[in-house]
Design a protein around this ligand. Structure first.
Ligand SMILES: [Ca+2]
Ligand SMILES: [Ca+2]
Ligand SMILES: [Ca+2]
Length: 128
């Protein structure tokens, strides 16, 4: 195989792999199997994540518990009562806001391509 062909093949393989990541995410987040994630599915997945990353089970997430999922600015914007933690209601609202940002065609569902966008990735951090 010519070197250029090798790189072309590698690029295709890479592109397919990165598409598969979001296709896999979609499968996990899409219990009704219609090929898209709607807000209800996103929030259901989010509440599972919320429970999983709240080990002290005090019903709120602090900056440390959210470290991998939400940066300081995100925490601030998602914390309207400014108590420094995100409760389940605030987490739900955060997911709704990020869902909306990830849905530029405003059809109320996210497909694999929308999940792979920057906004989609930000949403995925909260729900998987
Ligand atoms: Ca669905
Ligand atoms: Ca709060
Ligand atoms: Ca959409």
């Amino acid at each position: 195989m010519k070197i250029t062909n090798f790189f072309a093949a590698a690029a295709v393989a890479l592109a397919m792999a990165s598409t598969n990541v979001y296709a896999d995410a979609l499968t996990a987040l899409d219990p009704d199997k219609d090929g898209t994630v709607d807000l209800k599915e996103a929030q259901a997945a989010g509440s599972k994540v919320f429970a999983a990353i709240d080990p002290d089970k005090d019903g709120t997430l602090d900056a440390k518990e959210l470290a991998d999922r939400l940066d300081a600015a995100g925490l601030k914007s998602g914390d309207p009562d400014a108590d420094g933690t995100i409760d389940a209601k605030e987490y739900d609202a955060l997911i709704a806001a990020k869902f909306k940002a990830a849905d530029p065609d405003s059809d109320g569902t996210l497909d694999a391509k929308e999940l792979g966008s920057d906004a989609g990735k930000a949403l995925l951090k909260l729900i998987q």
